[in-house]
Design a protein around this ligand. Structure first.
Ligand code: GLC
Length: 712
């Protein structure tokens, strides 16, 4: 096959010339990362590779990875609310994948953050499907603009790691559509990712890898997806059922074990041959998109990508608390700074598992703070606590070491001594910056957390420092929400630095000293305690089932509906400047179609440039079903100079007002009042307006009779 120019005709001709055996061979990989070649037809392999925030390409059996830019993890990128940024990061990721000879990058991960306990929340963008879908669309468009395919994952309802290969997520139809499928629908229809990765888990009893309703009726028949569905690795339990369901490519390869199974199924009539032909055509089309399948070494500017990693991290930093304008630190008014915490010297960049990246370099927070503080301020360091889960990172087990976490021996001091030494330094310092956060062991693939507190050693340290006469600033390195101890009320400032990749150390230092005005907003609610969370009674499930008992009331929807006050709400993030919102101007352009235009002006009323993410929420107070108080339907990040104003206009459509009615299997907008609210967070609503819309005339009226409430 002429690798330069592969046309649809070529592929159709090639497919027509393949034997059944050759077609079947295409339906599973050659090895861990490559598709099956067909030499006789001149068809090469293409390569798939992790991961969502940086390329993880193994150099061989020793699990050592090639260095690649470690961008902020999805949980951090989600806090940027910046489509343009996600696109640029996607472009850089695509360029690095292409240079390394990888034709499909296995990201983004867009599973909803149903519980902060999920070990892979660091890999996911949001607790809201519109927010996740919009940002993932930009990311996919970025990656694919470089001629590399993206792979939106894990489709679907993979919201925990516990028993992930067999647990059945028991979810009602409305919740599936409105929450757990909605983000995928948005990305698939807007960005057409080359591949969709099916998840490990079951959905209402059926493994995603063999779920015809999911992979064909929803993904293809309803959403019109034409790309290839790839399995999560080893997620296929029944290869024949999987092909029949619409799963095209089983990964990794399995030494053709399943080829014989498929051939026998076709021979016996258990599997129609056209199912094989359809899957083979999709895999062939995928390979065709990936050609020429060759590396392009030397085509990546590593330093430019590091600068982008820094810039991206700076856009993700969320300023949660800033009492008496403690931040930015005023160098002129202080002489000494204490920097405390292991993560200031050995930063937490990312979570563990398949998404891991070996960074090209790492900005160390302590170095960056020292540089940013300047010559007139003395910066001193104390360990404060130890994260012993990483002492052996460079150990003989071959675990790839995070360069920023250069292995070290256990510090001989006791935890008590570490705290005492930290308190002593803080007491002698004008400002104390504590780097706290979650250990690698709390945020990795294949396991969930048991709780959301910070490690005990860190809580003890923070409690002790809260009693010291110093200006206490806490920086969190975490990929999912944490509960904050009593020290929280005593800290002057609190910064969510997230798992922000190799440039995070630089980025937070720029925010602390004011070179960067923070603009991040939370993409996940921070609860006061675990018991307040929506899934508390139903996580991680039992006896092979996890009931999504909270229904559509995930994340901020739960806290709004129950009145339980979160510690920090979805969409929250402070700035060093202030913003004013004008009243909304609303125009119902077509009542029957449900098209509504909402505009407002946002002004920077402070003294320095800053960025503000305007969030637009829609509420439907009177409905046939219980609906969230409000749901995010649009957002825009504005960059404003001091005194500058900008008008922003949102265009809402029917789906933005509709709920999914399982009884009639329709998205249904009901007549009545809708409340539109523009806010700086999901609770800091700055401008509201009510509108009235008629019933959707294009669908039959809502009825209540014995057709409802059928078995799911
Ligand atoms: C893993 C992950 C998936 C990853 C794949 C390849 O188990 O679930 O996200 O892309 O296998 O490593």
């Amino acid at each position: 096959m002429n690798a330069q120019h592969v046309s649809t005709v070529d592929l159709a001709t090639l497919l027509a010339g393949l034997t059944l055996e050759q077609k079947v061979s295409l339906l599973s990989g050659l090895d861990d990362w490559r598709t099956q070649p067909i030499e006789a037809a001149g068809l090469p392999s293409i390569e798939l590779g992790d991961g969502p925030h940086g390329l993880r390409k193994e150099t061989g059996v020793d699990m050592v990875w090639y260095p690649a830019t470690c961008f902020p993890t999805a949980s951090a990128l989600g806090s940027s609310w910046d489509r343009a940024l996600l696109r640029r990061v996607g472009e850089a990721l695509g360029a690095e994948a292409r240079a390394a000879g990888v034709q499909v990058l296995l990201g983004p991960g867009i599973n909803m953050k149903r519980s902060p306990l999920c070990g892979r929340n660091f890999e996911y963008l949001s607790e809201d499907p519109v927010h996740a879908g919009e940002l993932a669309t930009a990311y996919v468009q970025g990656v694919q603009s470089r001629g590399v395919g993206a792979c939106v994952k894990h489709f679907a309802v993979n919201n925990q790691e516990t028993s992930r290969r067999w647990v059945s997520a028991e979810v009602d139809g409305r919740t599936l559509r409105e929450v757990y499928l909605a983000g995928f629908e948005r990305v698939v229809t807007a960005a057409e990712p080359w591949t969709v990765m099916c998840s490990y888990n079951r959905i209402n009893g059926v493994h995603a890898s063999r779920d015809h309703w999911l992979l064909t009726e929803i993904l293809r028949d309803e959403w019109g997806y034409t790309g290839a569905v790839v399995s999560d690795w080893d997620a296929v339990h029944d290869r024949v059922a999987a092909v029949a369901a619409g799963l095209d490519l089983e990964m990794p390869g399995n030494d053709t074990a399943n080829d014989g199974v498929l051939l026998a199924a076709v021979a016996s009539g258990a599997l129609p041959q056209d199912a094989v032909d359809t899957a083979a055509a999709r895999v062939l089309a995928l390979v065709g998109k990936g050609l020429p399948a060759r590396a392009e070494p030397g085509t990546v500017d590593t330093e430019a990508h590091h600068r982008l990693a820094r810039e991206a991290a700076a856009q993700c930093v969320v300023l949660l608390r800033n009492e008496h304008a403690t931040l930015p630190v005023d160098r002129a008014s202080i002489a000494t700074i204490a920097v405390i915490g292991e993560y200031a010297a050995r930063p937490r960049l990312q979570g563990g598992g398949s998404a891991g990246v070996l960074p090209t370099r790492v900005d160390l927070p302590l170095d960056e703070i020292t540089a940013a503080a300047g010559d007139t301020v003395q910066v001193r360091y104390e360990l404060g606590y130890q994260d012993l889960s990483r002492v052996d990172l460079a150990g003989v087990d071959g675990t790839v070491r995070e360069p920023g976490a250069a292995a070290r021996d256990r510090d001989p001091r006791s935890d008590e001594d570490l705290v005492a030494d930290a308190v002593r330094l803080a007491a002698a310092s004008d400002v104390t910056i504590v780097y706290a956060g979650l250990p690698l062991s709390a945020e990795e693939e294949a396991r969930d957390r048991a709780g959301i507190d910070l490690p005990a050693g860190q809580e003890a340290l923070l409690a002790a420092l809260a009693a010291v006469d110093t200006t206490l600033i806490v920086v969190l390195s975490n990929g999912s929400a944490v509960a904050l101890g009593p020290w929280h009320e005593r800290c002057a400032a609190l910064v969510a630095g997230g798992l922000a990749g190799q440039g995070g150390g630089w980025a937070v230092a720029q925010v602390l000293f004011g070179a960067v005005n923070p603009s991040g907003k939370l993409a996940e609610t921070y609860p006061v305690r675990l018991q307040d969370t929506p899934s508390f009674l139903n996580f991680p499930g039992e006896r092979g089932q996890v009931r999504y008992g909270e229904g559509v009331f995930i994340g901020y929807r739960w806290y709004d509906a129950t009145g339980i006050a979160p510690r920090y709400p979805f969409g929250h993030g402070l700035s060093y400047t202030t913003f004013e919102y004008s009243p909304l101007r609303v125009r119902v352009s077509d009542p029957d179609a449900g098209t509504v235009e909402v505009s407002l002006t946002v002004s920077n009323t402070g003294s320095r440039a800053g960025s503000e993410t305007v969030q637009l929420y829609v509420g439907d107070p009177e409905a046939a079903v219980r609906r969230p108080v409000r749901e995010l339907k649009a957002f825009e990040k504005l960059h404003l100079q001091p005194g500058e104003s900008q008008r922003v206009t949102f265009h809402l459509g029917n789906r933005d007002f509709a709920f999914y009615d399982t009884g009639s299997a329709l998205w249904r907008r009901e007549a009545g009042e809708f409340i539109l609210a523009a806010g700086s967070s999901s609770v800091d609503l700055r401008a509201q307006a009510g509108i009235t819309l008629p019933d959707d005339p294009h669908i039959p009226p809502l009825i209540d009779d014995d057709t409802l409430g059928g078995r799911p």
